[in-house]
Write a protein that binds this ligand. Structure first.
Ligand SMILES: NC(=O)c1ccc[n+]([C@@H]2O[C@H](COP(=O)([O-])OP(=O)(O)OC[C@H]3O[C@@H](n4cnc5c(N)ncnc54)[C@H](OP(=O)(O)O)[C@@H]3O)[C@@H](O)[C@H]2O)c1
Length: 156
């Protein structure tokens, strides 16, 4: 990204954004330097799979996994990962209740509070409208820290 940024800058073109996987259950951009470099260079980090493929909405559990085989075999749905994420979903629920928001909206808002732009997928208009509800509230410093603390294990 730094090389691309420099090559474009030589031609007077700003590097506008970098799209990487980033969510409460995938915090690698904080560890691999991408988020810090985005902030330093003024590049917008576009966060893909910001709902961890739906896991952060709280509608899936280890006993009720997504219907499609592909999702069941990857990322947050593999092995015991949904069970390990249960405390995170609980915290999202508590914070959401205080704000009148869903778990997914709080998870998206946490990304926005990191100055990133999440691009959640939606299967229908209801999901799209719900996800847009991440835009009209703020998380407190305590909320943000509480979620960051609860997901330390997902940084690596
Ligand atoms: N650059 C890349 O390499 C890359 C890679 C992957 C994805 N992306 C992009 O990132 C974006 C999002 O990725 P993604 O869709 O895979 O992951 P995501 O946004 O983390 O999860 C989206 C899924 O969560 C569920 N969902 C979304 N909103 C919901 C709501 N309000 N209530 C309940 N369930 C909800 C839906 O699936 P169900 O209802 O079936 O559970 C939806 O398909 C897409 O635009 C995709 O193209 C980019």
């Amino acid at each position: 990204m730094r090389r691309a940024h420099a090559a474009l800058a030589e031609r007077g073109i700003p590097l506008a954004s970098n799209q990487v996987e980033y969510s409460l259950l995938h915090r690698e951009p904080e560890v691999d330097g991408v988020l810090a470099a985005c902030r330093e260079l003024g590049v917008t980090l576009v966060a893909y799979m910001p709902l961890a493929m739906g896991a952060l909405t709280g509608k899936y559990t280890s006993r009720s996994r997504p219907p499609d085989r592909l999702r069941r075999s990857v990322g947050p749905f593999r092995g015991d990962r949904l069970d390990r994420a249960a405390p995170v979903l609980e915290r999202l629920g508590e914070i959401g209740e205080r704000h009148g928001k869903t778990r997914g909206q709080v998870a998206l808002r946490w990304l926005i509070e990191q100055d990133t732009v999440p691009i959640p997928g939606a299967k229908d208009a209801r999901q799209a409208a719900e996800n847009a509800g991440a835009l009209d509230f703020r998380l407190s410093k305590e909320d943000i820290e509480s979620l960051s603390d609860a997901t330390q294990g997902w940084r690596g």
